[in-house]
Each structure stands twice: as C-alpha cells, then as structure tokens.
Design a protein around this ligand. Sequence first.
Ligand code: 5AD
Length: 336
Amino acid sequence: MHVLIDELRETHNLPDEAIRQLLETGDGSAVQYLHDSAREISQGAFGRTVKLRALIEWSNVCRNDCLYCGIRRSNTGVTRYTLAKDEILACCEHAWNLGLKTFVLQGGENPAAAKALAPTVAEMRASWPEAAITLSLGELPYDTYALLRRSGANRYLLRHESASPRLYARLHPAEMRLENRLACLRTLRELGYETGAGMMVGAPFQTVEDLVEDLRFLHDFQPDMVGVGPFVPHPDTPLGTSPAGSVSLTLRIYSILRLMLPHANIPSTTALSSLRADARTAGILAGANVLMPNFTPLRVRASYDLYSGKNASGVEAEENLQRIQQELNKIQYSYV
Ligand code: 5AD
C-alpha cells in the first residue's frame, strides 16, 4: 500500500483499482502513511496555515428537490429567506474587519434571484477590490454566469454531487441531469472563474466504485477547489433515515485529493465538524487547507438547514473565529 501512496504522491494519479484499494484498506499503518504524506504536501504548499473564507448563506429559496437536502423545494417546513443587499454588504464588512479576504455567497438554486444579485456583487467588488468573491448558487444560465463574472465574482463552487450517472439519478429528481451540471462546470471555467466541484461521502446508495468515479472525475477536471463532506441525514427529506457518512472515509478522501491535486483549495467542511468534535482539525491534518466560518446573520441561520445539526452551534463569527484559533493552536497551525 505504501508503494501506491508514493506513486500517487509522485504522479498525482493512480489506476482506478489502486484508488479503490486505498479507499477500502483496513491497514491502519497505510492509512496513517496516506494522511502523513498528504499533510506533508499540504504543508509544503501552504505552510502550517489555513485559509479562511467568510460563508454568507444568502438565500434558502431553491427550485431543486435533491432527495438529501433540507432546503429542497418540497420541504414546506422551511421558513424561506433571501438576504437583502445591505445585509450582505454588512456581512462582508464584518468579515473584512476581522481579516477575512474571501467572501462566499452561497444559496439555493434560484436563477431570477441570482441574476438580481449582480448589482450586489458589483458593489462588493467596488468596496473591496482586493477581495475574492466566490459564488455558490447552483446551475444558472450562461448569461447569468457571465453577468456575475463581469460584475466581479471570480470563483464558483458547484459540487458535481456524483460523477456516476446511476447514483446521480438516485439522489436527484429526473429533471436534474448530471450532463447539465458538468456542462455548467465547464462553462464556469471558460468564463474565467476559479472553479470548484465535489461530492458527499457516504450518500445513500453510494458504493466505493462511485467514489472512485468521483475521484477520477476530479483528477480529470483539475478543479481549483474541492468541497467534500460526509452525508448527514436531514429528517424532513426522503433520505432522512439513512445513516450518516463516515468521518474516517471523508478524511481518507481529503488525503487522496491532496496527493492528486497538490495545490487545490480543500475545505475541512462544516458537515464533517457536525459529526465529530475534533473533525475540523482532523481534516486539516489529513490535507485540507481551508475553513469556512459562518458569517450569516444569526437571525436566519437556523433556516439554512441543509442537514441536521448543521447550525447546532449558531455562534457569532467572532466566537467561531476564537474557537478556530484555539483548535488550530493545539496543532501548531494558524490562519490567514
Ligand atoms: N448532508 C451533507 N451534505 C449535504 N448537502 C446538501 N444536503 C446535504 C446533506 N444532507 C451538500 C450538497 C450541496 C451542498 C450545498 O451541501 O453537496 O452541494
């Protein structure tokens, strides 16, 4: 197994069968070697520092009906909200004053509202010319992606969710097509966005072969960012009684991704932290290099409920940053 890990580290690639073995091995020393190798590469690229991104959950209005997601349109129990321009700008101001230089506007898929966000993005760009502006608003028409890009957004996160057509179809209603999603990812890149993809680990019906397919896709697509977190059931969804994904498998995937994509920005995700108290730093030690503290106003935070426990620790950004700092101190890391 060590030979395979060295090969992955050297060539940033492995045959599918070898990736499957890395995902499945019960050899603890191999897993340790995988994490150690990934951490070395991560520290070589980024030092012992973690990049912070200010997450602003802009709207939970969504036209989609993903079977796993708490804000799916069929969930009538959700109080829907969309932040106004001034609220978004206040979140950015707050984040900037605390030293965060990347704003991530995330929301449900809502093409009309996403288009209407362009003036807000333009104002963000004018107010903070040095900031990175990341959008995560789902599948939008080409013209809207182009408009938002011209308005000043420079990064876009669109998880591919699953590169396996079979699994994609089991997790989404028929009107959602994997081909469309992949076409959106290519468009975003063409438009000059730094582009992020990603998937859940341990989604219902997911097999190890599906994860190999995801990793193969990510290898071939070479995203700038990769968002990966465990599936966490939400009780008000059709998949609400399925078990959560595994923390240790998620960590293993962070390490494989780090060796595959040495310079990619890989967040240690909130979904991971929701499953295990020390998971945030475990993610960093496995090769992730980004944390995304939540700057969404507390007023609406509980409504952005993608999975259960997501906003269990609804604390103000300052407090969250303090906690992050303390956790990073313990592993002799700092944030930038
Ligand atoms: N568990 C974990 N992640 C989820 N997402 C949506 N629902 C869940 C869930 N139940 C993830 C999806 C989506 C992102 C916004 O959140 O991957 O792309």
